[in-house]
Design a protein around this ligand. Structure first.
Ligand code: ZN
Length: 284
């Protein structure tokens, strides 16, 4: 299936090429997501020229068609960063490194309101994203905003709210894209349990942003209930969304050639293979 672009979030603990080898040889998939450094630390990881060249060459010769990075969980771009530019530096470095690795861009969570009002948060986001775009103009790759589950004061859990932020702060940047996480959407109250619900939700997305802005789908079932606003991913077929809904999402993704990345819990061997087999079985 030429339009079936899928894979999992891969550990880079043993290096970039090992992660690509696992994607191709063990998982038999053609897409992958990676962290470029520890997602919970401030430490930048040096990536050598020989590493990037070997990774690009492996992906090219083994038909890995989609590589994306996920940024640190610590970043929050909805406040004044003129005094603490570490988060800006961190995302800029990820955008530059994923470009060197031949990837498409970086997925990020927009942030939290903290003590700020929504409007002020939106203004800071606009300033910070403009700065990031400016510093990565040469890379010209994608800054990909992910919908959240709406835990606490997390921003971007409702499509209407995302659209408002997009229109106010981000629309002028052609490099802005979106990542739709099925588990987050379900926890945020979007009913994806059947084909009708799935069509409705993606219809709403297309009406608000245009499907061309949808860079990828995080393909996760949810351990928590519809509208719970709690972010816990479940294995395929074992969560509250269930087979019918997840299969409808997969068919939609394939129809529109949108890559799917699994971030489901790994098995006791640290593998996503069982979930990938479930997905292949559903589609067979
Ligand atoms: Zn996700």
């Amino acid at each position: 299936m030429e339009n079936f672009i899928y894979g999992a979030h891969m550990s880079i603990a043993r290096g970039f090429v090992k992660a690509a080898e696992m994607t191709h040889e063990e998982y038999r998939t053609n897409a992958m997501q990676i962290f470029l450094k520890s997602p919970r630390g401030r430490h930048e990881k040096e990536i050598s020229e020989s590493d990037t060249a070997a990774f690009r060459s492996y992906c090219q010769s083994h038909a890995i068609r989609f590589v994306v990075a996920h940024c640190s969980y610590l970043l929050n771009f909805t406040h004044d960063m003129s005094k603490d530019i570490w988060p800006l530096d961190s995302l800029v470095s990820d955008l530059k490194n994923i470009h060197r690795l031949g990837g498409i861009g970086v997925v990020l969570h927009i942030g939290k309101y903290l003590e700020l009002e929504a409007q002020a948060a939106c203004r800071y986001l606009a300033v910070n994203i403009a700065e990031i775009m400016h510093r990565t103009a040469a890379e010209n790759n994608w800054v990909i905003l992910e919908n959240t589950a709406g835990q606490g004061t997390e921003i971007g859990w409702q499509l209407a709210e995302l659209e408002k932020i997009f229109k106010e702060a981000l629309q002028q940047h052609p490099r802005i894209r979106f990542c739709f996480d099925t588990a987050h959407a379900f926890a945020a109250g979007y009913d994806l349990r059947d084909a009708k619900g799935v069509a409705q939700v993606f219809g709403e997305f297309a009406a608000r942003f245009d499907l061309d802005r949808l860079a990828l789908i995080h393909f996760n079932d949810s351990l928590k209930d519809l509208g719970s606003r709690v972010d816990r991913h479940a294995n395929l077929g074992q969560g509250k969304i269930g087979k019918e809904g997840m299969l409808a999402v997969a068919r939609f993704a394939i129809e529109h050639k949108i890559p799917m990345i699994l971030e489901t819990p790994e098995d006791d061997k640290g593998s996503h293979l069982p979930d990938l087999e479930v997905l292949r079985g559903w589609l067979a």
